[in-house]
Design a protein around this ligand. Structure first.
Ligand code: SF4
Ligand code: FES
Length: 338
């Protein structure tokens, strides 16, 4: 096992670990944009720069594996200046529209600029403009905000198997887009919204709806996934506003399907407006609310009849759909006996 010195700590770690992962063991969390645990390493944002005593320039911690005798520092003046310079560079073309950005309050660029950024800008030119792309039916794009971390590209090629998303142009003209006419439509496209560290890719259904500090989180499971991966439901009052994946010891991937992510929409939209009852050959049309009242009366009456016939008293009777999964069944039964 390689022996490493970091910020006056000495540690032995697996040779397969990157410096970023090794430093995490001693509770040093480095700032990052492009690195993601479940995607390949790109090493292109340069935000995780640290100082290696044997190197003239700072090195990137996410793409360099630990090796014997390495001695690194993460909080020196050189490192702080490097981080400030990287942020200044990223902010050159990033629009300052945080007050109207859906990522506001949960944006990595906003947070890291607050901690590591400079107190003034030196860019007096005009910012560039990038035309928005069509990423999918649930993804809203603001490509002016993109910082080219390439997380969305790696997710598309490594998880979705879509190779047509990539980097177009170089330098000032660099932008993210499709090489051929294409979009992300394989039922997992919503994950790029969580992956994007800035507000370049946001969720269309959640657009201009709420701010993260207004939300309450409830832990639940993705009922549309056979493995029941954990998710977190964000609520404001009693309204569900979004569903997001969470990383836990139980799941290998922090990604969920669009079905699990947007199914709550059916609670508020796409509801039945009119109900048709068939009495013999006659059809009776009724509004949904009236039909629910009628069904409640019919249901209660039939239950009373059932109890009378069987001469039994049931404290609880459940009427459940065929697609109910076990976790929901258990939670219904548990909550009714509390
Ligand atoms: S759109 Fe977002 S995820 Fe994709 S490269 Fe730009 S900043 Fe990264
Ligand atoms: S996180 Fe290391 S270069 Fe981006």
């Amino acid at each position: 096992m390689p022996y490493l010195r970091a910020n006056d700590y000495s540690l032995n770690v697996e040779g397969s670990y990157t410096l970023l992962q090794a430093l995490f063991i001693i509770n040093v969390v480095l700032p990052k944009f492009c690195f993601h645990e479940q995607l390949s390493i790109a090493g292109n944002c340069r935000m995780c720069l640290i100082e290696d005593v044997k190197s003239v320039k700072p090195i990137i911690a996410c793409a360099i594996n630990v090796s014997d005798g390495l001695e690194v520092f993460t909080e020196t003046v050189k490192v702080k200046r490097a981080r400030e310079a990287v942020l200044e560079f990223l902010l050159i073309n990033h629009p300052l529209d945080c007050p109207i950005c859906d990522q506001g309050g949960e944006c990595d660029l906003q947070d890291l600029t607050l901690v590591y950024g400079g107190d003034k800008g030196r860019f007096y030119e005009l910012k560039r403009v990038v035309i928005n792309k069509f990423f999918g039916f649930s993804v809203k794009t603001f490509m002016n905000r993109c910082i080219h971390c390439t997380r969305c590209i790696r997710f598309a090629s490594e998880v979705l198997g879509i190779g047509s998303l990539g980097v177009l142009g170089r330098g000032f003209l660099m932008e993210i887009g499709f090489y051929v006419e294409d979009y992300l439509d394989v039922g997992m496209a919503g994950n790029v919204v969580d992956l994007c560290p800035v507000g370049a890719l946001t969720a269309k259904p959640y657009s201009f709806i709420s701010r993260p500090w207004e939300l309450r989180s409830v832990n639940y499971v993705d009922i549309f996934d056979v493995f029941l991966w954990p998710v977190v439901i964000n609520m404001r009052g009693n309204s569900i506003l979004r569903v997001m994946p969470v990383f836990s010891s139980r799941n290998e991937f922090e990604f969920i399907s669009d079905k699990g992510r947007y199914v709550f929409d059916s609670i508020y939209r796409l509801r039945l407006q009119q109900v048709t009852f068939k009495l013999g050959f006659q059809k009776i049309y009724m509004s949904l609310s009236k039909s629910l009242v009628l069904l409640t009366y019919l249901f209660t009456a039939s239950l009373r009849l059932l109890c009378l016939n069987k001469k039994k008293y049931y404290s609880s009777i459940f009427c459940l759909g065929g697609y109910l999964d076990v976790s929901e069944l258990v939670s219904i039964v548990d909550s009714s006996f509390k």
